[in-house]
Design a protein around this ligand. Structure first.
Ligand SMILES: Nc1ncnc2c1ncn2[C@@H]1O[C@H](COP(=O)(O)OP(=O)(O)OP(=O)(O)O)[C@@H](O)[C@H]1O
Ligand SMILES: [Mg+2]
Length: 271
């Protein structure tokens, strides 16, 4: 049994709009996955089915053996933490501390554990000095970290991040990279939607490419960024290094700065 199973899953919104059609995949415990694809491809709709915020209108979503149609969102949220695309859909407390404390308190942890989890996650996302602030006094990019912390504080096995990189500067990206690294070490299963292809190649081993309500491909970043037809169909931009490699006709398996540097050194030595 896989940790996350989507079996022939489709989802149609109540207004009749079909957003996800016949998607089929399995995710194993400890896998870290980037989901990419153009606006409106169905990414958010798909991940909202991982914690029961949306239930499939046909097919089956099974999370750690639980068919999501048979369990409440509250129950499923103990397994899958979902960070909303828009932080303002998620924030409803007056201070950052209260916002982060809410999840672990609802899970019934004692006061000491709630305090520890709150302070640990605030530190992880660079918010230790903002705990007593009103989230709405902070910029949107930082409010996103408030929501990320509030989900990580619930210590769920699966963490779904919906566009954490949107609007982040270098500091924000570094915080996200360190945080993902630490969560990986803890064995968490992390699923991240992003439009930042550098972030994908630098942090994930597996990519789900979505387009037109479907999952087009599940593969390694190397495969995605060397497949021109797939990139065209899913409207994806090559990351910087892949673009150089492609423009100069270098071997297409090179996607990281380090790999390009090694290749150049090898060529220089052999010439
Ligand atoms: N509540 C809703 N009712 C009807 N249609 C919706 C609703 N929410 C989303 N949609 C539509 O479903 C489609 C898929 O939306 P979704 O938010 O899943 O895409 P996405 O891949 O996350 O896009 P983005 O990159 O812009 O966040 C879009 O065409 C969107 O307009
Ligand atoms: Mg979305």
């Amino acid at each position: 049994m896989s940790l996350i199973e989507f079996n022939n899953v489709s989802f149609t919104y109540p207004n009749g709009f079909s957003a996800v059609e016949d998607i089929d995949f399995h995710i194993e415990k400890g896998e870290n996955i980037a989901i990419v694809g153009q606006n409106g491809a169905g990414k958010t709709t798909m991940v909202k089915m991982m914690n029961g915020l949306l239930k499939p209108t046909s097919g089956k979503v099974v999370i750690d053996g639980m068919d999501t149609c048979d369990f409440t969102t509250a129950r499923l949220s103990r397994k899958t933490g979902y960070v909303f695309q828009n932080p303002d859909d998620q924030i409803f407390h007056n201070t950052v501390r209260q916002e982060i404390e809410f999840g672990p308190s609802v899970l019934g942890y004692d006061a000491q554990r709630v305090k520890e989890l709150t302070e640990y996650t605030a530190k992880l996302v660079g918010l230790s000095d903002e705990l007593e602030e009103n989230p709405y006094n902070l910029p949107l990019s930082i409010r996103k970290f408030v929501t990320i912390a509030s989900v990580i504080a619930m210590d769920t096995e699966i963490i779904v991040l919906d566009e954490p990189t949107a609007g982040q500067d270098i500091r924000g990206i570094r915080i996200l990279e360190n945080m993902i690294e630490e969560l990986k070490e803890k064995g968490k299963t992390i699923i991240t939607i992003t439009h930042d292809m550098e972030f994908v190649v630098n942090n994930f081993d597996k990519v789900f490419v979505m387009a037109h309500k479907n999952l087009l491909k599940v593969t390694e970043p190397k495969e995605v960024f060397s497949d021109s037809a797939l990139l065209e169909e899913s409207m994806l931009k090559r990351p910087y290094i892949s673009e150089i490699v492609w423009q100069f006709g270098l071997p297409e398996h090179i996607i990281l700065r380090k790999e390009l540097a090694e290749y150049i050194v090898k060529i220089a030595r052999s010439s």
